[in-house]
Unconditional design. Structure first.
Length: 76
């Protein structure tokens, strides 16, 4: 992504980042729903799917990136 694109489409990029962060938080907070979705999307069975999902959610850890205000502070 170029700086020119970031400058030109800043609001759209911030909305996209916010949506990704919220989706990650939802997946972490709603484990049973997340497992059901992952089973369908990844075509994995329960125990394997839970292990894969736990691994992926630990790798992402959106809460470690700070509060919503971090996204707002990114504005130019």
């Amino acid at each position: 992504m170029s700086q020119r694109k970031i400058d030109k489409e800043h609001d759209e990029i911030v909305r996209g980042l916010r949506a990704l962060r919220n989706a990650n938080l939802f997946l972490q907070d709603q484990r049973e729903i997340s497992v059901g979705l992952a089973e369908k999307l990844l075509k994995l069975e329960g125990p394997v799917c839970r292990a894969v999902l736990c691994f992926l959610l630990r790798a992402v850890k959106p809460r470690s990136h700070g509060p919503e205000s971090v996204v707002e502070e990114a504005r130019p």
